[in-house]
Write a protein that binds this ligand. Sequence first.
Ligand code: SIN
Length: 312
Amino acid sequence: MQSTTRKIVILGTGGTIAGASSSATDNVGYKAGQLSVQSLVGAIPALASLPLEAEQLAQLDSKDMDHGTWTRLAHRVQALVDREDVQGVVITHGTDTLEETAYVLQRVLAPTKPVVLTAAMRPATAVQADGPQNLLDAVALAGTSGVQGVVAVVAGQVWSGLELRKQHTYRLDAFTAGADAGPLGVIEEGHVRQFRAWPAGTPLGLAVLPAPGKAWPWVAVLASHAGIEARALNAWQAAGLEGLVLACTGNGTWHQSLEAPLQALKDQGVPVWRTTRCAQGPIVGAPNEKGAALSPWAARIELMLTLLQARG
Ligand code: SIN
């Protein structure tokens, strides 16, 4: 693999990587999305000599990510990857919903250039902040020829945008693939060691996304659990729910008290998709069932995109 001299554009969206705390030893009591992406880049001397552009697209704690910001981000990324002088795009993001943003971007854009999300588990003010190394790795990955698709790099590991899941609340290596497959590769001293193929596929295209200001379909996630009440589901149905993703127990089962409200939803034509609430593994025995191999959060996006395609 070889580095190119074309530009890498870094889009800032906030997160802990841009977070600040009043104490350098406090890794949890900080505010996300405080520092500009330009200042994050400026804090890494090794980036100074590279052909980079930095742009603040949003400044959020990613728990507050919304569909409108996804739409703006998707349009901006598409415009950048269409530029001849752009080699790749890096997106700084919060870890909490990084997997959702990565999934939607890959399904809508399936870029043939690298679009690399990165993040941090500790704020920029921490004694040992992880953000600078992650950003450096992301720029190196985006500058590596042959890399394509939406991927994420955190703690030296490269994840597919269609697979990654946040699995730890605190550890620096907070992500997994949620399956048995592991990362796509690792990045060591700026060099990529690849294990599996980069994400690919046919993009749905920007036209699938609702116009700015228009609502996305209302698709909710409900986890089945001991003692669950059917009332919530009845209330959602009455309020106009358009799709449901069940985070099922084990290998795709749900509490018997959900039988009647689920049937009522199905009778009304509301799609109900199964996923598992287990941290690892697909629903085994359901290879053709949409969503059964996805996390509940990725399945929610996939179902929204399916409903948007049907809207035409
Ligand atoms: C966020 O997701 O914006 C806050 C948490 C983090 O980035 O780790």
